[in-house]
Design a protein around this ligand. Structure first.
Ligand SMILES: Nc1ncnc2c1ncn2[C@@H]1O[C@H](COP(=O)(O)OP(=O)(O)OP(=O)(O)O)[C@@H](O)[C@H]1O
Ligand SMILES: [Zn+2]
Ligand SMILES: [Zn+2]
Length: 806
């Protein structure tokens, strides 16, 4: 028997299965999808068995060393998915496999040294005996730290063959174990032996009595016994030594969500909700794969639809995967699922420790839970009978992984949905243009929810023209309207949320008099400010110019790069509204684990009047007393050098706008902008998604962007700028030869971040509709340069459907 193994080496040369023979003794253990340890050259590596052939072993085939998993960690479906990901995203198969497993299962490799030839060692290297006296294996790395002066001598011993070095595989994993004890005797024996204890052994007697009082002779945690009987660890130890108790280890799960959620029952669905869920339930009954785009305004009851669809899935004995963006994956969110499905729910998100994630993953793998709620990577949950996959806030760009494998969770969800013949629900108040366009074409089924469940109208939104404020002599960051509204809330004891979109600050140049933003004459993309040489550049086509002293549109001299952070806003608030209690939430204040949660709770309890924050507060906020939401600089994101910046701005403003007045009190939203006439502002203010979609589609069409064209982005980097741009140049030429004349090849250009860690970067972008040869061409390019990757440190990354344009 021969096993085909993909080894844990992310290299071009090793991106294919290698053959290993399966020793007789391991044959019952070696299965497809299991991890094994195999010899590879002089070392040992972890690998995944991807196939088993009944061929007889050729002479050169080496045997598998050992098997790590008793149950395969990758199902056949996930193995197929890995292959597909490798092909579609141009990653190594091993990278795809590793991305599907929790980080705790990643293997690490250590070089260790041990005695190879005892005779030789004893004859010539006795001075080293103190290190290796008990046949020890010593880690090379720690030797360097602790015995630096001996390294030369150790090297000599290695060269002479008295010592040898080899790789040790540490297969990761961190099962948490708990010490437990149980009686070694039967109830009666225990009772009898209790008599033999004399008075001075009172403590030991207490412990045995404690066990006698238990209803059944189960194992109990040592710590619990100690606490219950008020004895010391030594007492337990003595009893174990005397043979009264047996001490063992029990595997336990870490519980990141202590306590249980309040149980909830299904609500009676509104007519709109009924209409949206009905076809999903039909799919479930008929085991049919379709993609449903649930376009539901904020507060329209999307989550209730998810819950009821999942309930049907569980009734059918199947499993459900729910993806939620990292920042919305709050305890409140988890509670909604736990409230309905209790212990059936596992949670996977980055806030968990490695060990916690591993435990949650094992619950899924062992079939102990049937619902997983998690961020992007939960899409790989190792369920075997998936009944539904739900992606909430499907427009969120965090569903795209920005490192290899550069996959989009939506694509993976659809792959799995097809495999399991089950429906996929994409939900959003502001669907991505790509998804909405597919729904328009009938590829996805549209399920609109246009009314809020509580029948409350959307809050009124006003847009303040900040240019007017400047003209009226108001140089502060608060417009007069916003400031007045803030004062009013303070007086009435109501709360406000202030939102500052800081991302992308200081990278674009804007005229504070007319709002004009410098943009590329060829690309309709804001130019990026490069402080070093005081120039602005287009990172798509390479156009660049000096920062003008006057606004090219109105002649004003108030033209400069733009920016102010949350900290500055907080200072301004303390000066202008000293009586206001402010909670500031941004990356700086929420670095500590649990800080995010604590701030929100405090705000919910009314311990502050104003919540000031960045992106991270845009979602999931649902507070009764919030009646004012202010957006300080709505333009900030609009001018990022990214063709999705308008869409992102619209999504964010809509999201923020949905936060006010969800309860009894009426709410109000104030958006401050230097370009108030921009349709991302005006249409968000009118809560008009359809209109926005049409307008934005026109713009995408005009500039050949998705969803009209597909994009691929190639980034070349090297220590030398000349080398990076030279290679990018060659790649561009090659692509022009290989692709059809319909493909548009842009670049090479230096991206806004032109140098990272002393490496120069150069990009080219391909826009295309149908290029059957594209992936193969890109793969060939990677193969062509593979020699240069390790030899001279060249790196080439290929991003199919990029979301990060820098
Ligand atoms: N059929 C229903 N009857 C009564 N209340 C409902 C119903 N459906 C949902 N709700 C309630 O309405 C509120 C909003 O619903 P939900 O959170 O599901 O909406 P959503 O569309 O997911 O909102 P958002 O996009 O803002 O997160 C919740 O408090 C929910 O319990
Ligand atoms: Zn340009
Ligand atoms: Zn101007």
């Amino acid at each position: 028997m021969i096993a085909e193994v993909i080894v844990d080496l992310a290299l071009n040369q090793t991106d294919k299965p290698f053959d290993y023979s399966i020793p007789e003794s391991l044959q019952p253990l070696v299965e497809r999808g299991a991890r094994v340890i195999v010899p590879f050259g002089p070392r040992k590596l972890v690998g995944f068995v991807v196939a088993i052939k009944s061929d007889t072993a050729l002479e050169k085939v080496r045997p598998i060393h050992s098997v790590i998993d008793q149950t395969p960690v990758l199902t056949d479906e996930l193995l197929q998915l890995g292959k597909w990901l490798a092909k579609e995203t141009l990653c190594y198969e091993i990278s795809a496999f590793l991305a599907m497993l929790p980080a705790a299962m990643k293997a690490s490799y250590k070089k260790v040294i041990s005695v190879a030839d005892a005779g030789l060692f004893e004859n010539e290297f006795m001075d080293l005996l103190f290190l290796f006296k008990n046949g020890e294996q010593i880690e090379w790395e720690s030797l360097q730290k602790t015995h630096g002066s001996w390294l030369k001598r150790i090297k000599e011993a290695l060269q002479a063959g008295a010592l040898k070095e080899h790789q040790q595989v540490n297969q990761g994993q961190a099962v948490k174990k708990m010490k437990v004890v149980q009686p070694a005797l039967t109830y009666d024996e225990l009772k009898q032996s209790l008599e033999t204890f004399k008075g001075r052994a009172k403590k030991q007697r207490d412990v045995l009595t404690f066990f006698l009082e238990q209803e059944s002779p189960t194992a109990i945690a040592v710590n619990e016994v100690i606490r219950a009987t008020n004895v010391s660890r030594a007492t337990i130890k003595t009893l174990v030594q005397k043979g009264f108790l047996i001490e063992t280890e029990k595997e336990v799960y870490r519980d990141p969500f202590q306590g249980s959620a309040k149980p909830t029952i299904p609500l009676e669905l509104t007519d709109e909700q009924q209409a949206a869920i009905h076809p999903v339930l039909e799919d479930l009954d008929e085991r049919r794969h379709r993609v449903h785009l649930c376009h539901g305004v904020t507060g329209s009851g999307k989550t209730e639809i998810y819950l009821q669809a999942i309930q049907r899935v569980l009734e059918k004995g199947q499993e459900a995967i729910v993806l939620v963006p990292e920042i919305s994956l709050t305890p409140q969110m988890v509670e909604r699922f736990r409230g309905r499905f209790g212990d059936e729910v596992a949670v996977l998100h980055s806030g968990l420790s490695r060990g916690e994630k591993y435990d949650e993953w094992r619950k899924i793998h062992r079939g102990e839970v049937r619902v997983v709620v998690g961020a992007r990577s939960a899409v790989f949950a190792p369920f075997t009978n998936v009944g539904i996959i739900i992606i909430d806030e499907e427009h969120e760009t965090s569903y795209k992984q920005e490192e290899s494998p550069r996959y989009h969770a939506r694509d993976v969800a659809i792959f799995r949905g097809e495999f399991h013949h089950c429906p996929v629900i994409l939900g959003s108040a502001t669907p991505s243009l790509e998804s909405y366009a597919r729904a328009q074409k009938g590829v996805y089924r549209l399920a609109p929810l246009l009314k809020r469940v509580n029948q409350k109208p959307m809050p009124p939104v006003s847009i303040i023209d900040m240019r007017e404020e400047l003209r009226a002599g108001n140089r502060s960051m608060f417009s007069r309207d916003l400031f007045q509204s803030l004062q009013e809330r303070l007086r009435k004891g109501e709360q406000s949320v202030l939102f500052l979109n800081r991302r992308g600050y200081s990278t674009f140049i804007m005229c504070r008099d007319c709002g004009h933003v410098l943009s590329c004459p060829h690309c309709d993309i804001s130019l990026t400010f490069h402080r070093k040489n005081n120039k602005v550049k287009c990172h798509y086509c390479g156009f660049e110019e000096q920062v003008p002293h006057q606004c090219p549109s109105c002649g004003s001299e108030h033209i400069r790069f733009f920016g102010s952070g949350t900290q500055k806003v907080e200072e301004a608030l303390t000066t202008l509204l000293p009586e206001a209690r402010v909670i500031r939430m941004d990356v700086d204040t929420t670095r500590k684990k649990g800080a995010h949660e604590r701030f929100l709770k405090a705000f919910g309890r009314g311990e502050a009047d104003i919540l000031l924050g960045t992106q991270m507060i845009a979602k999931g906020l649902d507070f009764e007393k919030v009646t004012l939401v202010g957006v300080l600089a709505a333009d900030a994101m609009l001018h990022l050098p990214d063709f999705r910046s308008t869409e992102k701005t619209f999504q964010l403003l809509t999201q923020v706008g949905g936060r006010a007045g969800r309860h009894q009190l009426d709410g109000e939203v104030i958006i401050q902008s230097y370009t108030p006439e921009h349709y991302a502002m005006t249409l968000a203010a009118e809560h008009d998604y359809q209109h926005f979609y049409l307008k934005e589609m026109q713009s995408r069409k005009r500039h050949d962007y998705p969803p009209f064209y597909y994009l691929s982005l190639i980034t070349v980097s090297h220590e030398s700028f000349a080398r990076a741009s030279g290679v990018a140049e060659q790649i561009t030429r090659l692509l022009a030869q290989e692709l059809t004349s319909q493909a548009i090849i842009l670049g090479p250009v230096a991206p806004p971040i032109a140098r990272i860690k002393d490496r120069y970067r150069c990009q080219c972008m391909i826009k295309y509709k149908n290029e059957p040869k594209l992936k193969q061409t890109l793969k060939n390019i990677l193969d062509h340069y593979q020699g240069a990757f390790s030899k001279e440190g060249l790196s080439i990354s290929m991003d199919i459907d990029p979301y990060l344009m820098m």
